[in-house]
Design a protein around this ligand. Structure first.
Ligand code: 5GP
Ligand code: MN
Length: 345
C-alpha cells in the first residue's frame, strides 16, 4: 500500500460500488485537466469492473480535453439542469473528485447537499469539509488522478486500469504538475506515470493534444497579456496580470484559453507570487500561484473567498477590476516581508 489508506473505508467503498445501482461521478466548477482526467479515469475503471456510472460536470470544460476517451459522455449541469438534478437526487452513490466541499460545484451545491446518496470524497486539497460519508483525502499526491490510480489499484488491482483510463489519469497528473515540474516530489508519482505509459499512453501525443492545440488568437492573447497587462513588483517578489472582458472578446476567447497564463511571471528571476485577474459577469476571477512557502490558498481564503493548494489557488472578488487591483497592490505591501522571506527558501 503506497498511501495510508483506512482499510475499513476502502472495504466500505468497494461494497458501495458493488451494491449501488445509480452512481454519479462529479467534480468542481470550471473543471481543469485533473478534474476531467480524474472523473473520466474513474469512469473507465468502473466500466471495466462492470459498474455503471454517469459523469456530471457543473459546467463546460476546455476544448483541449475534449479528445479524452468518452469525454462526450460528460453531462454539463449548466446546460442540462433538469437531467442533472434528477440524476443527483436519485443517485445511491456520488463520487466527488478533485474538490473538498460542495460549494466548489457552485450551482450544483444545493442539489448535491440535499441528495440522500452516500457521498465519497476523493481529493488532494487541504481541509476537506465534513459533509462526506467516506473521505479519501491525501494532500501528498500530485493530483486527484494519481489518487484515483492508487484507489483503483487497492480495490481492483492493476488490471482495472486500461489504456483509456491510463490516458485520462495521465492527463490529470500531467496538467496538475505542469508536465512533472511541480507538486511531484513523491517518487511514486513518477512510478505511476511509468505504469500508465506501460499501459499505452503515448507521452508526446498526449502532451501535443493538450498543450499544442491552441488557436492563434489564444497565443496572441498571451503575447498581449504578457506585454501590455503585466505589472512586476521586484521589491515584493510579485507580479500580476489582468484582462478585461473586452480584451478577452477581442482575442476571440474560449473556455480554457487563459489556463496557464498565471504561471509565466513565476519564470521571472526573484518572483515567487503571481496572480491573474480575469473580468467576469459581476465578479473578477482570480488565479494565484507561488513558488516556495508563500501559501496562496490562505491568501485567497482571506481576501477572495477562495482556496486551493499552498502553491496554486483560486478565488473571486465582487468589485470592479480597478478596485480589485488597487486593493491587491496594497496587499502586496502588507505581505512584502513574508514574500521576501519566501524568496530565500
Ligand atoms: P485555478 O487558478 O486554476 O482556477 O485554480 C487553482 C487551484 O485552486 C485548483 O486546485 C482549484 O481547485 C482551486 N480553486 C480555484 N478556485 C477556487 C475557489 O473559488 N475556491 C477554492 N476553495 N478553491 C479554488
Ligand atoms: Mn487537482
Amino acid at each position: 500500500m503506497h498511501l495510508n489508506f483506512d482499510i475499513q473505508s476502502l472495504t466500505q467503498f468497494k461494497t458501495l460500488l458493488r451494491q449501488s445501482e445509480r452512481i454519479v461521478v462529479t467534480t468542481h466548477h470550471n473543471p481543469d485537466g485533473d478534474a476531467i482526467g480524474s472523473v473520466l479515469g474513474m469512469y473507465h475503471i468502473l466500466c471495466r469492473e462492470g459498474i455503471d456510472a454517469t459523469i456530471i460536470s457543473p459546467n463546460g470544460f476546455p476544448e483541449f480535453l475534449a479528445w479524452l476517451p468518452e469525454a462526450s459522455q460528460i453531462i454539463k449541469y449548466s446546460q442540462q439542469k433538469e437531467t442533472g438534478n434528477k440524476l443527483i437526487a436519485e443517485a445511491d452513490l456520488i463520487l466527488c473528485l478533485d474538490f473538498n466541499g460542495f460549494r466548489r460545484t457552485e450551482t450544483m451545491e444545493k442539489t448535491l447537499a440535499e441528495s440522500p446518496a452516500k457521498k465519497i470524497l476523493i481529493d488532494h486539497h487541504p481541509d476537506p469539509e465534513n459533509t462526506f460519508d467516506i473521505q479519501f483525502s491525501f494532500t501528498e499526491v500530485s493530483s486527484t488522478a494519481e489518487l484515483v490510480y492508487e484507489i483503483a489499484y487497492e480495490l481492483f488491482g492493476n488490471n482495472s486500469i486500461d489504456k483509456n483510463a491510463a490516458e485520462c489519469l495521465y492527463v490529470g497528473i500531467m496538467t496538475d504538475t505542469g508536465s512533472f515540474s511541480y507538486a511531484c516530489s513523491r517518487k511514486r508519482t513518477f512510478d505511476i506515470a511509468g505504469e500508465l505509459v506501460g499501459k499505452g499512453v503515448a507521452v508526446d501525443r498526449v502532451q501535443g493534444l493538450v498543450y499544442n492545440n491552441y488557436s492563434a488568437s489564444r497565443m496572441q492573447l498571451l503575447g498581449y497579456c504578457l506585454s501590455e497587462k503585466m505589472r512586476v513588483f521586484p521589491e515584493h517578489c510579485a507580479a500580476y496580470l489582468w484582462l478585461s472582458k473586452d480584451e478577452l472578446n477581442r482575442f476571440a476567447h474560449k473556455t480554457g484559453d487563459t489556463e496557464g497564463f498565471v504561471n509565466y511571471p513565476l519564470s521571472i528571476k526573484g518572483i515567487v507570487f503571481s496572480v491573474l485577474f480575469i473580468e467576469n459577469d459581476g465578479f473578477v476571477k482570480i488565479s494565484l500561484r507561488s513558488r516556495g512557502k508563500f501559501p496562496v490558498n490562505e491568501f485567497s481564503k482571506k481576501y477572495y473567498t477562495g482556496g486551493g493548494h499552498t502553491n496554486a489557488a483560486g478565488g473571486k472578488a465582487y468589485a470592479p477590476m480597478a478596485d480589485v487591483i488597487q486593493q491587491f497592490e496594497d496587499l502586496l505591501k502588507l505581505h512584502s516581508n513574508e514574500l521576501n522571506a519566501s524568496k530565500q527558501i
